[in-house]
Write a protein that binds this ligand. Structure first.
Ligand code: GDP
Ligand code: MN
Length: 380
């Protein structure tokens, strides 16, 4: 998931034909002539209510407001950028969103006449939701239906239609997960402009967008896991679970939860095995920092020798990277399984070859752990 700041989202939308207000990132000079809006660039909605948006009559006022806003905190996040835009003369505010609907498995368009407010507060019958067949694209009759539902003045219909089409084109061509415009502003001259933009892109499609810098959102643990070549997810339990492959990872998580356990650090080894025992030791160190009650290694490798993991565990121990009082459960299956077991002969852990047994042991020890280990500290 890559979340864009408002100004980044707007320039993305503009590439697909959506109209956006003229604007500049402070301290660039603001658009010339007329009133301005100064907007905190933070990944949060509701800036309007929380002082993240200020209206200014001229460039000097806008500059002063931008300067003041920069570096302030907005909830927990620091305002790292301030965007200054021309102030729009808004005649009506719509809500428009294109997103991939996980339940339906296709893109959907959401539209409402009640823009400019939190969409969660809008009654369901005031929101039109239309799925789009990705193979057929946004068909003209669906586009018509959306425009009819929004019911703009006759003279604005073509512009509104172009905005909806542009939004859908952006969703598809940018591999976005969500593009939400709230409000989509209708101006007195019947132009239709994205006054705000919330954009979430699919990071797994990043390679298809050369210009897109590698950005990744996550907790410090998740970012560190990614830097080690793994996929890490931070949850709130006291079991650190390290698996390989999406199937094994999900099956282990399901089994642990079904048995009444809770995972705090979930790691899918991904490509990490190719980097040898040192990398495995670093992964153990990373999950160890969460002070889990149990580290569960549940791996099945046919093409990579399991002694890599055994050696990594030994290294982690020798360096003092294993958390105090942490129980280690190892379930090995596959290539060089016997060699790996032999290496761990003198290592303090419980070994099994059986998936269910490994999960059962992990939950048993985790739930019997002292209170201090009942819940891993998040964010450490
Ligand atoms: P949010 O509160 O973080 O969603 O920020 P928005 O960018 O959506 O702005 C909040 C509200 O401020 C909008 O719903 C508009 O009513 C108002 N607003 C934002 N930009 C302009 C503008 O250029 N002109 C006018 N008149 N109102 C604006
Ligand atoms: Mn908004």
């Amino acid at each position: 998931m890559i979340r864009l700041l408002e100004h980044e989202g707007k320039s993305l939308l503009a590439r697909h034909g959506m109209r956006i207000p003229r604007g500049a990132l402070y301290p660039e000079s603001p658009p010339a002539g007329g009133q301005l809006v100064v907007k905190a660039q933070v990944l949060a909605g509701g800036r309007g209510k929380a002082g993240g948006i200020e209206f200014s009559d001229n460039a000097a006022d806008a500059e002063a407001a931008a300067k003041k806003m920069l570096g302030t905190t907005f909830g927990a996040v620091k305002v790292a950028a301030v965007y200054v835009e021309e102030r729009l003369k808004i005649a009506a505010e719509y809500y428009l969103c294109a997103m991939v609907d996980r339940d339906l498995g296709v893109p959907v368009i959401l539209a409402s006449r009640e823009g400019g407010v939190e969409i969660e507060t809008v009654a369901a019958d005031r929101i039109l939701k239309r799925p789009v067949d990705p193979l057929l694209g946004l068909r003209p009759f669906v586009l018509d239906e959306i425009v009819r539902f929004l019911d703009p003045p006759e003279a604005a219909r073509t512009n509104l239609r172009a905005a909806v089409a542009g939004l859908y084109a952006a969703l598809v061509n940018e591999d976005a997960e969500l593009l939400e415009i709230n409000p989509l502003a209708l101006l007195a001259d019947n132009t239709v402009v994205a006054a705000d933009a919330k954009c979430v892109l699919d990071e797994d499609a990043g390679y298809r967008h050369v210009a897109r810098e590698d950005r990744f959102d996550g907790t410090p643990f998740e970012i560190a896991a990614r830097e080690l070549g793994t996929i890490g997810i931070e949850l709130d339990g006291n079991i650190a679970a390290i698996m390989n492959g999406a199937g094994m990872t999900m099956a282990t998580l399901d089994q642990v939860v079904a048995l009444g356990g809770r995972v705090g650090a979930l790691v899918e080894l991904h490509g990490a095995m190719a980097h040898g025992p040192e990398r495995i030791a670093e992964i153990i160190e990373l999950v160890g920092k969460q002070q889990p009650a149990v580290i569960l290694l549940n791996v099945y490798f046919q093409f990579r020798p399991l002694d890599t993991i055994a050696k990594g565990l030994l290294r982690a121990r020798d360096r003092g990277w294993l958390p105090q009082g942490c129980k280690i459960i190892v379930r090995f299956r596959g290539e060089m399984e016997q060699e790996a077991r032999t290496l761990l002969a003198g290592f303090d852990c419980e070994m099994t070859g059986v998936f269910e047994d490994a999960c059962t042991l992990a939950v048993k020890y985790a739930n019997a752990a002292p209170r201090s280990k009942q819940r891993a500290a998040i964010g450490n």
